[in-house]
Design a protein around this ligand. Sequence first.
Ligand SMILES: C[S@@+](CC[C@H](N)C(=O)[O-])C[C@H]1O[C@@H](n2cnc3c(N)ncnc32)[C@H](O)[C@@H]1O
Length: 270
Amino acid sequence: MLEPAYNPVLVDPFDHHPLELGKGFWFNPGNGERYFVNNGIPVFLPEHQMSGNNLKYSRFYDRISRFYRISSVVYSRMKGSSDRAIKTKYLDLLGIKPNDNVLEVAVGSADNFLYLPDTATYSGLDISYGMLTMARRHLKKWKIPAGLYQGEAEHLPFKSESFDVVFHVGGISLFNDSRKAIAEMIRVAKPGARLMIVDDNEASPGKSGHKNPFSPLPGLTGTSENDSPVKMLPSGMQNIEVRRLFDDMLYCITFQKPEKISVLEISPTS
Ligand SMILES: C[S@@+](CC[C@H](N)C(=O)[O-])C[C@H]1O[C@@H](n2cnc3c(N)ncnc32)[C@H](O)[C@@H]1O
């Protein structure tokens, strides 16, 4: 893996205490917790701590990780398009500027990084070690220097206000706690940062005929809030825009973190 151009300050994902680097692990001097580094990927959630959907989907994505990218490429061709054309439709909305520090939450096999400007720096977190292994392979092949982390979207191991752009594509309906994940995305975003959430629109009438076979099937999803995803945003967010893409198959929410926001405002309400 190429050395990432940006190393965000790492904190304990559960109490946000800054971590110190030991030999092969990150260490919380406050409570003695150690987070080991596995082949260059710091692991912030050993499997025995996972539960519910997070455990189920980390195993699901571990199993399909080797087929994930190829399935996206084949699927886009079957639709008469290309993976780049489909993904840039929403990735371009991020408005990434030179030197931006960008985080993708649930980065999967890092496919999106291939289509983003090489003038910014990238970090990605995912719950599935299998997907991260594929990400590491892709990043090496594509010569993209990026930091990879294994952990839960609901508990990010980054210091507050670390990133200029934070985004998520395709998976938030599977998380144990989607609202908590959004609150975490906002916590680690800098004041004024741009955020984006893209996911399947489970309510779309035409969806069944357009489904990528390696996306989990309807009925396996964890929340019905996709019908009105914007309701998951805490109050106070600015410039909120909701777009429906590809015949209403996907929704895309972009918004901005205000320059000033209280911790209370971004705490999930449920
Ligand atoms: C459909 S894939 C999307 C991957 C990538 N964002 C993309 O656009 O190709 C969903 C990803 O969400 C990850 N995931 C599921 N639940 C998660 C959670 N609670 N925290 C972090 N990642 C999670 C899965 O491991 C999987 O890599």
